[in-house]
Ligand binder design. Structure first.
Ligand SMILES: Nc1nc2c(c(=O)[nH]1)N[C@H]1C(S)=C(S)[C@@H](COP(=O)(O)O)O[C@H]1N2
Ligand SMILES: [Mo]
Length: 440
């Protein structure tokens, strides 16, 4: 695979090599002094010049805000079957979907992001006829192995639209930057999954009274090539494992799950960090303690139990496992950077989701969050599916605008306008999504 890796965040790029960062972001060389002025909010004229428009709500623009017009400048790079995705890393493969390509109500296979921690099993070597899923663990009464056909024959089938979002989605915006894939907004999707309920299978195998957690193992291998090392093995508490919507799935949108998304079998725990949705699923263990597989312990998929100042080192014992993902939304239409005629209202739409909760309200702003208007919000197709929203906005004069979208969940919790609490690994950035609109 050829192509470039985009492994670093915008702040890190600017800190290391501002001239290069400008080239990456602006597509041409600009005067470093002007650039600096722009970031410090004193160079509005220069910013307007580069954005190609006057900024009517400039006085509302937060200092240091990097205009949405400058985001998403990476070129698509082709992974077979995932042609439109932006590749962040090619070993392991990690690729996200540009926001405007997430417009479908049900995310199609070629537009679902890919997050691999290791090397997927080779597609040609996967034989669905001989694939087995083993249920075991110290809190399992009757450890059992099922072929795919047995799973399909012995348990009732269910189909749910379930949103899965990487815990690190949005990481690229944190400052100081966090290491890891520099996801922007596209490590999210909501396909329709078909499979059996994890609870039916676990109940069939007997859950001992002392069970507290489940853990998964997949058929992918460690990047080091060491066959004794497991790339990732995470899990969820029994309460999440036993929810109706938690599935062992073999189909996505009525077809085989794409190879990179876990063919032929995966776990789907909607609304939780997608790292809990084990791909190429071979084994599930019922545990009498919190599962302790790779990427379950230490700082992985954990945030400080109490919020900390940016840049703070936090001891492992003060880090808590991420459970439900926070309320969030995305603008999928129009695409950031469009030109729009002032005489016409602009129709907007997107999706909103809130982990285990439901989204209760949706708002949009055209003045950097100073004022908000209500958007229409649809009910979810089923629990843990994202919700479609739509709105219309009018612009008072020509110039550069940003449209910001903000969701509020059923508990009244809102997305933060710019950035939520910093954390060492850069998880849970549910800041408002922004797009650039040039009104002429
Ligand atoms: N076996 C296995 N399961 C896995 C992973 C992996 O690397 N191996 N990555 C996890 C992570 S971190 C995420 S975000 C999701 C990504 O799912 P997707 O690639 O289908 O979008 O899969 C999860 N399940
Ligand atoms: Mo992830």
């Amino acid at each position: 695979m050829s192509g470039k890796k985009h492994q670093r965040g915008i702040h890190e790029l600017y800190d290391e090599d501002a001239v290069k960062a400008d080239r990456v972001l602006w597509g041409r060389e600009v005067d470093p002094l002007t650039r600096r002025g722009f970031l410090k909010k004193s160079g509005l004229l220069a910013m307007s010049a580069v954005l190609g428009a006057h900024i009517p709500f400039a006085h509302k623009m937060p200092g240091g805000l990097i205009p949405a017009a400058l985001a998403g400048t990476d070129e698509p790079f082709a992974i077979p079957g995932k042609e439109d995705l932006i590749v962040l890393n090619d070993r392991p493969i990690n690729a996200e979907t540009p926001a405007h390509l997430l417009d479908d109500e049900v995310t199609p296979a070629h537009r679902l992001f890919v997050r691999n921690n290791g090397v997927p099993p080779e597609r040609q070597k996967i034989d669905p006829k001989s694939w087995t899923l083993e249920i075991a663990g110290e809190s399992c009464e009757r450890p059992t192995s099922f072929t795919l056909d047995e799973l399909k024959a012995q348990f009732k089938h269910y189909t749910y639209r379930l949103q899965i979002e990487c815990g690190g989605n949005g990481r690229s915006e944190f400052n100081p930057p966090a290491k890891g894939n520099q996801w922007t907004v596209g490590a999210i999707g909501c396909p329709a999954w078909t499979g059996v309920r994890l609870k039916d299978v676990l109940t069939h195998c007997g859950i001992k009274d002392d069970a507290v957690y489940i853990g998964y193992y997949g058929a992918d291998t460690h990047l080091s090539g060491n066959p004794d090392k497991v790339p990732i093995s995470r899990g969820v508490p029994m309460s999440k494992a036993l929810e109706n919507e938690t599935l062992i799935a073999w189909a996505m949108n009525g077809e085989d799950i794409p190879h990179l998304n876990g063919y032929p079998l995966r776990l789907v725990c909607g609304g939780w960090p997608a790292s809990t949705s084990g791909k190429w699923l071979r084994k599930i263990v019922i545990r009498s303690e919190v599962h302790d597989g790779p990427k379950m312990t230490g700082q992985s998929y954990r945030v400080p139990c109490k919020s900390v100042a940016p840049g703070t080192r936090v001891a492992d014992e003060d880090m808590c496992i991420i459970e439900s993902m926070p309320v969030k939304s995305i603008i999928t239409y129009p695409k950031s950077g469009i030109l729009h005629q002032r005489s016409e209202a602009l129709a907007l739409r997107g999706h909103a989701w809130a982990g285990d909760r439901r989204v209760r309200r949706m708002y949009v702003s055209i003045d950097f969050g100073a004022t908000w208007s209500r958007a229409d919000l649809n009910a979810p197709k089923n629990r843990l599916a994202w919700q479609r929203w739509q709105a219309e906005v009018e612009f008072p004069e020509s110039g550069y605008y940003e449209v910001w979208a903000r969701a509020v969940d059923s508990a009244g919790t809102s997305q933060p306008m710019v950035l939520p609490g910093w954390n060492p690994r850069g998880y849970l950035n549910n800041a408002c999504h922004r797009i650039a609109v040039r009104v002429v």
